[in-house]
Design a protein around this ligand. Structure first.
Ligand code: GUN
Length: 281
């Protein structure tokens, strides 16, 4: 039976650490503030944005909300970001993705000042991660590193297989595991014999984006399994990319869905906001 990695509990620990820090800063007259932008009203985005604002409130980070209509032009959004880049009271800028189709996401990501890039999506942030310079790191992969470390799981020297090569999860995840001295393999839709590659993993990180795709046949005995997926199954129940019931008896550690990786993303976003204030205000 695997040990459950409790993301809810670990994210609460991180948020409580940040809350104490923010309280202390307030006593010194320093305030921390995040601008949250949502364009349109995609229901999933509204839930994520709502959770981010709630976390700000819990920790004591000020959040300034911009709920823009679907018809907002690219230029209007770029103008708002330019204004926020120059606003000394704003430490972090979060523009929830996906954006409506008529807006170029890359242009928007590139327009956020790297000093306020709390999502870690700007090319400068990503480049800094590649060459080992300081910079903001994408929140979900950063959260997974925290989950592993705070669960006492050693990373150095381990075979780590990451399934997925997205800019938000797979690529930064692989770089972070490399930075922690794992031997890293990145798998994707064109990987030959995915099962055989995954079977070699001491740490298997699954961000494949397909509900309950990874079964026990992909998992080495005693492997650590991290499930980044979040979907609704045929009964409308939340599930991940991993067949939890099948994989759990084989793994040594596993993240549940919900309550595994998900809560860590927001905790790390909050951490990036506080760092932005500490480093650049
Ligand atoms: N959409 C899905 N995940 C994220 C995230 O971490 N940040 C932003 N800005 N948009 C997202």
């Amino acid at each position: 039976m695997a040990n459950l990695i409790d993301g809810k509990k670990i994210s609460k620990e991180i948020k409580d650490e940040l809350k104490a820090k923010v309280e202390q800063y307030k006593k010194e007259g320093k305030e921390c503030s995040l601008a949250v932008i949502q364009v349109g009203n995609d229901p999933a985005s509204s839930v994520y944005v709502g959770n981010k604002k709630k976390a700000c409130e819990y920790i004591g980070i000020g959040s300034v909300s911009y709920e823009l209509p679907e018809e907002t032009t690219e230029q209007e959004l770029l103008d708002l970001i330019a204004k926020l880049n120059n606003d000394k009271k704003i430490n972090g800028i979060l523009c929830q993705l996906p954006l409506p189709k008529h807006i170029d996401e890359d242009k928007v990501i590139n327009s956020i000042s790297p000093e306020k890039d709390v999502d870690g999506f700007h090319p400068q942030s990503v480049g800094s991660l590649v060459i080992g310079q300081p910079g903001f790191v994408s929140c979900t992969p950063a959260g997974i590193i925290e989950l592993l470390k705070r669960s006492g799981i050693e990373i150095a020297g381990k075979n780590c297989v990451v399934i997925g090569r997205s800019n938000i999860v797979g690529k930064p995840m692989s770089l972070l595991m490399l930075r922690e001295n794992a031997t890293v393999t990145i798998c994707h839709s064109k990987t030959k014999d995915l099962q055989a590659v995954c079977k070699q993993a001491d740490i298997l990180i699954v961000a494949i984006g397909k509900p309950q795709y990874i079964g026990a046949e992909y998992v080495k005995d005693g492997a650590v399994v991290i499930d980044v997926g979040i979907h609704r199954d045929e009964n409308n129940k939340l599930c991940g990319d991993v067949k939890f019931d099948e994989v759990e008896p084989v793994a040594s550690y596993i993240t549940p869905v919900p309550g595994g990786v998900g809560p860590m993303t927001i905790a790390m976003l909050m951490n990036n906001c506080v760092s932005a204030m500490e480093l650049f205000s």
